[in-house]
Design a protein around this ligand. Structure first.
Ligand code: CA
Length: 232
C-alpha cells in the first residue's frame, strides 16, 4: 500500500510518516503543492493525503487537477479550517473524505483503512458486498446478512449510493444530483427525509446509525457489523 502525503508543516509531516511506516504503509512526502501534484499525477498511489493550505498549489487545486486527469485514487483532505465551505468545496472537487486538525492517529488510520478498501468485494457480476450489506443490481435489492431490506425505489437508489461510497462523505448537493437528478424539482428536505426513512429501516435503537450526519455538509455511511462495538 503506497501513500502520498502532502503537508507543509514539517513536524506534523515527520510524525505522520513515522506513524504510517509503523503501520506498514510506504509513504512519499511532499512539502509544497507543486511537488505534491507532480507526484500525485504519476498514478502509483493507493491514497493521497493532502493538506489544504499549502505553498504553491493548494490541496483543493491538487484534487481538481487529479480528477481532471481522471485518476480515481482515493483522496483524504487534512484541514485546519473547520469551515463548512472548505469541506464542501473539497468534496465537490472530488475528495473522498476529510479530517479536521488536530485529529487523533487512530481516527486517521481508520479513515485510511476505510478509503483504501472502499470498493468492497464484487462477489458476482451483479453483486457488491460491503460489510454485512450486499447490493444486487439485477433485482434492485439490498440485503443485510442475507435478509432482504424492504425499500422503495428512491430508498434503494439512496442507500445504494451511500453503501457504494461507504467511508466517503457525500454532500447533500451531490446526493440530490445523483438520486433525484440535476433538474429535479425537489421540495424542501428530500434528502433529510429519505435518510430518516432509511435509518428507521436499518438502525437499532440506542446504537449509532449506519448513516452518520456530517453537520452542514451531508452524510457518510459507516460499515459496522456491530454498531455498539465501534462506537468510541
Ligand atoms: Ca498547511
Amino acid at each position: 500500500m503506497r501513500l502520498l502525503l502532502v503537508e507543509d508543516e514539517q513536524r506534523l509531516a515527520s510524525a505522520l510518516v513515522q506513524l504510517l511506516k509503523e503501520h506498514h504503509y510506504a509513504v512519499d512526502v511532499a512539502h509544497d503543492g507543486n511537488t505534491g501534484l507532480d507526484l500525485a499525477l504519476t498514478d502509483c498511489y493507493d491514497l493521497l493525503i493532502l493538506d489544504i493550505m499549502l505553498p504553491g498549489k493548494s490541496g483543493l487545486e491538487i484534487v481538481r487537477a487529479v480528477r481532471q486527469h481522471e485518476l480515481d485514487v482515493p483522496i483524504l483532505l487534512l484541514t485546519a479550517k473547520d469551515t463548512v465551505d472548505d469541506r464542501v468545496l473539497g468534496l465537490d472537487a472530488g475528495a473522498d473524505d476529510y479530517l479536521v486538525k488536530p485529529f487523533n492517529n487512530k481516527e486517521l488510520l481508520a479513515r485510511i483503512r476505510a478509503l483504501t478498501r472502499r470498493t468492497g468485494n464484487v462477489t458476482g457480476p451483479d453483486t457488491l458486498q460491503v460489510g454485512p450489506f450486499a447490493i444486487h443490481w439485477t433485482t434492485r435489492t439490498i440485503t443485510r446478512n442475507g435478509q432482504t431490506l424492504s425499500l422503495t425505489a428512491k430508498e434503494f437508489q439512496l442507500l445504494e449510493l451511500l453503501i457504494r461510497n461507504h467511508g466517503k462523505v457525500m454532500s447533500k448537493e451531490l446526493i440530490l444530483d445523483r438520486v433525484w437528478g440535476p433538474d429535479a424539482d425537489v421540495i424542501g428536505n428530500a434528502v433529510e427525509n429519505y435518510v430518516h426513512f432509511l435509518r428507521k429501516k436499518l438502525d437499532t435503537p440506542g446504537q449509532p446509525s449506519y448513516i452518520e450526519t456530517v453537520r452542514g455538509v451531508g452524510y457518510v455511511f459507516r460499515v459496522r457489523d456491530n454498531p455498539a462495538e465501534e462506537q468510541t
